[in-house]
Every structure is written in structure tokens, then in C-alpha cells.
Design a binder for this molecule. Structure first.
Ligand code: BGO
Length: 740
């Protein structure tokens, strides 16, 4: 049987030596067509195989900068060898792995000859070959090409891969949020139009466009000029963005991330150097402390605590300004519009709903700024690296950490991109376990709910409570993942390599752009989706309203109050507005009328569609301490979690105790009977765990490929959330803690 094997590697890695060892006298030299690069071919016989071995020119990379690189690349795609043996100089592993990573990205069938192992040993370098093989997912065999040592093992590993046939391997490096997103978009366009995909892999083509690869660009323009122009436009857009935010070009970012991937492999105990001669760069020095087994977690918790402290401290005043602004706006509308549905819609539906969400913009902004700082500096990647050890225990993967963080693992993300971020996970089981648990993270929509409840009931320990909420959500997500991995999605965890790019000093401009982009997303959602849902929920909370007989009943109650007070008092009320100017009797009447108005509003809310739903659920939800108004908010929260806060705002403003006093929602909740710190805690727990919002469920269905998992996440998460909230509320009530 014939097989074609290509020998590739960096110059001076020992390719020629290995080639000579294998082929001996059976070799001939020519040139690659059209170029001056030498082409050496020979044969080797092994167990019935006639192996045609081609010694490719030595290269450091697979860009299109030199003839050698183009020849190597073209050979791999046009000649389609059965196997590539990448020869690595073991004494210079990190640098040699750069080319190996690019072969892996091309998806060619390959194995590694870890050559010059004798030189490495002499230099006190010890390499864990097995671990390297596991992490890269391909066979690695140590060799000494000069003496022929390891040659037989290498060829037997090669024959094994050839026997197994060409299997498509999925190897993906994350190039950071911006490039990953661009890559996904470009990949889709490329696949939809079958653009060069006969020869190359779609992601690889997209990557080459981002690397500004002249050869691929030229081929692309010849093949489909309009699509090529569209792809180039996408590249320009993301390049400009990267330059503005991180002051870097895509090519450099891609190289950084590839080295980051290699750096991560090296840090997982693949290489040990006895005499400590290896040069430590600044990033390595920082990593020695920041990712240290003992110091690392302490630093991580301290940084999170500092982030929350910073956010709550500095956003407090602007949040109050925003609240006052929306309160004032409500008052203005209230005085200028006559009573009726329009007034109610604008005050309760629009201002109460959207204003409630927009009121938290300063908090969101400060949080995003802090997270952008951690992300742009490269620290978040270290968090993922450290947490990998913990994640393994729970049957997950280091890449899951990034999906958790994107979903709001620290606070303020979104589960939709979080579910999409799970695409970097190779193992389908780990991926499923991750995408089913990312919705437990504290996304930007849950944050205002926590902020509201913390401000109302735990004002003294804001940052500490926020940290506890974060830890609860992570612990819950990990335990559920473990449960899933030992029951319905069993399987071994796969090896993990997380890109550890060098630390960078973020620029203020870059941080400002990242902060603004994310804040704008939040504002835009509040002004569109949330506005729409708020109006629907307002309608559900307003209609069908009270029956005429009931309206008349309240009217009669008002009349009775007025008649018993006398005309003089009524006249006084009509002509004066401020409380201080009123006589005692007039003030009394005013209070009694306000109580009737409030009773009427509450009765109307109870009678509404949403109110009836809330009341119907109350017999169950009261186990967890939730009243019917909270139920309305939680049902609304399934559409989008922001709606919880806006609906609570609307529900409590529709039936508030004194409609003329515009107090903040947190003040209203504290005063409302039935609310206590324990109820707030129970609600926090429920909010963390219950059904993901509608868009996330759709995303779960899309990414898992089945409605089954979408429905599972609704039913399982809500049951779990309710069980935990009930546990907290009941135990708290029995023990009499937190006002329970
Ligand atoms: C000279 N171990 C050791 N110690 N050396 C090796 C090994 C190994 O496993 N493999 C290769 N070498 P190429 P490329 C040389 O030529 O095969 C040596 O570019 C010398 N030459 O012998 O040419 C190999 O094809 C004078 O060394 O690599 C060669 O990939 C003094 O690495 C060099 C010392 O190998 C490069 C060495 C006149």
C-alpha cells in the first residue's frame, strides 16, 4: 500500500537528518514547480507500506511571506498527504510549537517528532512527552535524528494514523472576543457561498483574511470578488476596532494568542528546566505570582471584591440622580396629563418600566469598566487558567470558564454570547454541560435586581453580598454541571489549553470604548425589547380593569368620605396643594382618599390578567416568600430578566400606598408588608437559578441542536430555583433570621 508522508518543521530542527535516516539511498532531489525551492523525495518501506516521503522546506510559520511558506502550504492542500510529521527541536520547544499550532489549525493529519531530545537533556530540559501529546491531541514521539533513535516508534505511530484514515480534527484557538466574533461571521459567509472551501477549511480562510494573507486574498478575489470585498470590509471593521481599543492589528493579536496557547501548554508542566536558565519575560514574572497555587485564588477574590467595592461606591450617587430624574419625569407627566389609560401607560408602563432599567446604567457602566480593565490587561485569561483545575473536578473544561465569564461570571455579561462561546469546547458533552449551566451566571439583566435588593435590605455590606451572590451562582452552576456529568451527560473530561497572551497595559481610550459598547447594548435593549415587553406587561397588569360595579363602589366610598368631611374641607383641598398649608381635617381627608385610591389600584391590579396569574401562583410561591406582585415580575422575567425590575416597578407603582409620593422602588419594598431581608435573599436565589430568558433558551436549542435541552433548562432550572428559594425562606423563617 502506498502512503504519502510530508516532513515539515523549522529550519535546523533535523528534518534533513531524519529524511536521510528514513530514505537512505532511495532519494532524489528536484525543484518545486515554478520556484527555486528544492524538493527532496524518497521512499521507506514499513510493514507492507511503501511510504513516499517528501521533505518540505523549513519554515517558522505558514503565512505567505516567503516562497518556502507558500510551497509548504500549497503542498499540504494540493497534494493532500496522508500524514505530516512535524519535527520539533526539543531544546527550543516553545518557538517550534508555533508552526505545529498552525498545522493543527489547518486540520492536516499529523504527528510530532520531538527531535534533538539529547540536546534538550544536556541543557537540563525535561519534557513530559505524554502530557504534550494529550494536550495537543496528537501522537508525539521523541527522536534523535542524528543517530536514528526513535525512528521506529515514529514510523509506527505514523502508520497507525494512516491506518485510521484522515479524520477531521477540530482544533480552535480563541483569538479574543472581537476576532472570535468576526471569525464566526466570516466563516458563515464563506460556508454559505462555498467560497474556496473545496481546497481550504472555512475558518482557516477567514483567519487568513484576518492575517491579510496576500495569496489567499488574491485567490479569493479571483474566485468571488464581491464576497472577497465583503470579507475584506469585515476585516477592516474589526481591525479598526482592535486598533482603537487595544492598539493592535489582527495579525499581531493572532500571533499573541497562538503564543498564548503555547504558553499555557508550557505552564501545565510539559517542560522542566533544571538549571533555571529559561528566560523569564515580564508576563512570566507576573504569572508566577498571579497564578500561584496559593496566592492566585487570594488575589482573584481580592480583585473581585475590589471590583464590586469600586462599582457600588462610585455608582451610588449617579444611580440616585437617575432615580430622581425618572421620579421627576413621572411627576411632570402626572401633572400635565389627565387621569386615564395614556397617563397610566406612560407613568407605569414606560417610565416605571424602562426608567427602572435605565436607572441602573451608571452601575452597569462602572461594572463594565472594571471588567474591561481585567479583560484588556489579560488577567481574565489567567482566571480561566487557574479555575481550570477546579472545573476539572466538576467534569468541565477550562474553556467553560470563559463561557461563564462572558455570561456574567464576574457580573454584567449575557448568557446569549455565553452559550455561543461554548463553541470553543471540543467535547460535545462538556459543551452541553457548559451551555446548560452558563445561564446561572449573573448577567447584566440580573445585576439591577441584585443591586436593588441589596440597596434596600443589605445596604451595609453591598460588595460582600455581591461577592457571596457571585460565589453562590458559581457553586450552583458547578454542582449542577457535576450532576449532569455523572447522570445524563457522562464522559471523561478532555485536555485543556487556554491561551495566555502577554499582559498588556490597557489604554484609557480602549477601556472607554469597550465600556461604552457594552453599556450601549444595555441601553438599546432597554429602549427596544424591554420597552415592548414593559408595555405588554403593563397592559396585562391594567386590563380588563375593575367591573363598573366595583368602580362605583370605590366612587361611593370617596363620596362618603367627602360628604362626612363637609364642603369647606373639600374646597380647602381643591385650592391648596402642599401638606403644610392644610388644616388637620383636610389632611385627614386627603390621606383617607389616598388610601381609597390605593385600594382601588390594588383591586384593579389583582383583577388584571397578570394579577390573576400572580394570585393563582401565590399559593405555591408563598413557600418561598413571594407575593403575587413578585410572581408577576418573575413570570415577566422569562421574556427578559430586565423585566423583573421594571415589572416590580410597575406593579408597585400601580398599587402603591401613596401614589402622590414618588419614592424609589427600594424604599417602597422596604415599607411593604411581607417584604424582609429574608424574602429578598430568597428572591435573589430564585433569580440566579430560574429559567433562562427566552432568547437564551432559543440559543440553547440552536447550539445543542435539540428542543429537548431548551425545555430541560426551563423546567429543571425553575424547579431547582424554587426548591432552593423555598429552602432558604423556610429555614430562615424557622430560625427567625433576617426578619423571617
Ligand atoms: C550539523 N540530535 C543532535 N544532537 N543533533 C541533531 C539531531 C539530534 O537529534 N538532529 C539533527 N541534528 P538538519 P534541517 C552539524 O549539520 O537535519 C543536527 O535544517 C554540523 N554540520 O546533524 O540539517 C544535524 O534539515 C557541524 O547538524 O536540519 C545538523 O531541519 C557541527 O542538527 C543540525 C554540528 O539538522 C541540523 C552539527 C556541518
Amino acid at each position: 500500500m502506498d502512503a504519502k508522508i510530508a516532513l515539515a518543521g523549522n529550519p535546523n530542527s533535523g528534518k534533513t537528518s531524519l529524511f536521510n535516516e528514513l530514505t537512505g539511498a532511495r532519494q532524489h532531489v528536484g525543484n518545486y514547480p515554478g520556484v527555486t525551492v528544492e524538493k527532496k523525495e524518497g521512499t521507506y518501506f514499513y510493514n507492507g507500506y511503501r511510504m513516499c516521503i517528501v521533505d518540505l522546506p523549513g519554515t517558522y510559520s505558514l503565512t505567505a511571506y516567503s516562497e518556502e511558506e507558500i510551497v509548504t502550504r500549497d503542498f499540504l492542500v494540493t497534494e493532500n498527504p496522508d500524514l505530516v510529521i512535524d519535527i520539533l527541536d526539543a531544546s527550543n520547544l516553545e518557538r517550534n510549537l508555533y508552526l505545529a499550532v498552525q498545522f493543527l489549525e489547518m486540520g492536516v493529519p499529523m504527528c510530532i517528532a520531538l527531535n534533538m531530545i539529547d540536546v534538550a537533556e544536556n541543557r537540563g530540559i525535561e519534557i513530559n512527552v505524554k502530557k504534550l501529546s494529550v494536550l495537543l491531541g496528537i501522537p508525539v514521539v521523541s527522536t534523535i535524528a542524528r543517530t536514528g533513535e526513535g525512528k521506529k516508534d515514529l514510523i509506527s505511530a505514523a502508520a497507525q494514523i494512516i491506518r485510521e484514515g484522515k479524520q477531521k480534527r477540530s482544533f480552535k484557538i480563541s483569538y479574543g472576543d472581537d476576532l472570535d466574533e468576526a471569525l464566526l461571521e466570516m466563516e458563515k459567509e464563506i460556508m454559505d457561498s462555498n467560497f474556496l472551501t473545496d481546497t481550504y477549511d472555512a475558518r482557516w480562510i477567514a483567519l487568513k483574511y484576518l492575517e491579510n494573507d496576500k495569496q489567499i486574498l488574491l485567490k479569493g478575489q479571483e474566485n468571488n470578488s464581491s464576497l472577497s470585498a465583503r470579507l475584506e470590509k469585515m476585516v477592516d471593521k474589526v481591525s479598526l476596532h482592535l486598533e482603537k481599543t487595544l492598539n493592535i492589528y489582527p495579525e499581531a493579536m493572532i500571533a499573541d494568542q497562538r503564543y498564548g496557547y503555547i504558553n499555557s501548554i508550557m505552564k501545565q508542566g510539559v517542560m522542566r528546566q533544571e538549571h533555571g536558565q529559561s528566560r523569564l519575560y515580564m508576563s512570566d514574572k507576573i504569572d508566577k505570582i498571579v497564578t500561584n497555587r496559593f496566592l492566585g485564588p487570594i488575589i482573584m477574590i481580592s480583585i473581585l471584591m475590589a471590583l464590586y467595592q469600586f462599582t457600588f461606591t462610585y455608582s451610588e450617587a449617579p444611580v440616585v440622580w437617575f432615580e430622581r430624574f425618572f421620579g421627576w419625569l413621572g411627576d411632570v407627566v402626572s401633572t400635565h396629563l389627565s387621569d386615564g389609560f395614556l397617563k397610566s401607560l406612560i407613568i407605569s408602563g414606560v417610565i416605571g418600566g424602562v426608567g427602572g432599567v435605565l436607572g441602573f446604567v451608571p452601575l452597569i457602566m462602572f461594572m463594565f469598566f472594571g471588567i474591561a480593565l481585567l479583560e484588556d490587561s489579560g488577567y481574565l485569561a489567567r482566571v480561566a487558567f487557574m479555575l481550570d483545575r477546579v472545573f476539572r473536578i466538576f467534569g468541565l473544561h477550562g474553556s467553560s470558564v470563559m463561557a461563564y465569564i462572558v455570561s456574567g461570571g464576574i457580573a454584567g455579561g449575557c448568557a446569549v454570547p455565553g452559550v455561543m462561546a461554548t463553541r470553543t469546547l471540543k467535547s460535545p458533552r462538556e459543551r452541553l454541560a457548559t451551555l446548560l449551566t452558563v445561564p446561572f451566571m449573573n448577567c447584566g439583566a440580573k445585576l439591577p435586581i441584585f443591586a436593588l435588593l441589596i440597596a434596600a435590605f443589605f445596604a451595609k455590606n453591598e460588595a460582600a453580598i455581591m461577592l457571596v451572590i457571585t460565589l453562590i451562582s458559581w457553586a450552583g452552576a458547578l454542582l449542577v454541571a457535576k450532576l449532569l456529568r455523572i447522570t445524563i451527560i457522562k464522559g471523561e473530561p478532555s485536555p485543556f489549553v487556554m491561551e495566555l497572551p502577554p499582559y498588556r497595559l490597557p489604554t484609557f481610550k480602549g477601556l472607554a470604548i469597550h465600556t461604552w459598547e457594552r453599556t450601549w447594548q444595555y441601553v438599546k435593549k432597554a429602549g427596544t425589547v424591554i420597552l415592548g415587553i414593559s408595555i405588554i406587561l403593563w397592559a396585562m397588569m391594567t386590563f380588563p380593569g375593575l367591573p363598573d360595579s366595583k368602580v362605583q363602589e370605590f366612587e361611593n366610598m370617596r363620596e362618603i368620605e367627602k360628604v362626612t368631611s363637609g364642603t369647606a374641607v373639600i374646597q380647602e383641598l381643591q385650592t391648596h396643594s402642599g401638606d403644610t398649608e392644610l388644616s388637620g381635617e383636610a389632611r385627614n381627608l386627603k390621606d383617607r382618599l389616598a388610601v381609597i385610591a390605593s385600594q382601588k389600584a390594588e383591586e384593579s391590579l389583582r383583577n388584571s390578567i397578570a394579577g390573576r396569574m400572580g394570585i393563582a401562583l401565590e399559593s405555591i410561591s408563598e413557600w418561598a416568600g413571594f407575593d403575587w406582585r413578585t410572581n408577576i415580575a418573575l413570570v415577566g422575567g422569562f421574556a427578559a430578566k430586565e423585566v423583573i425590575i421594571s415589572t416590580l416597578g410597575t406593579a408597585y407603582s400601580l398599587g402603591e400606598l401613596d401614589p402622590e409620593k414618588s419614592e424609589s422602588l427600594s424604599e417602597t419594598l422596604v415599607k411593604t408588608p411581607g417584604w424582609s431581608p429574608l424574602v429578598a435573599l430568597s428572591l435573589i436565589i430564585f433569580t440566579i437559578f430560574y429559567a433562562p430568558c427566552f432568547i437564551t433558551v432559543i440559543m440553547i436549542v440552536k447550539e445543542s441542536g435539540s428542543w429537548k435541552w431548551g425545555i430541560f433548562s426551563i423546567v429543571f432550572n425553575t424547579t431547582l430555583a424554587f426548591a432552593l428559594a423555598t429552602l432558604v425562606f423556610q429555614v430562615g423563617s424557622v430560625m427567625g433570621i433576617l426578619g423571617g
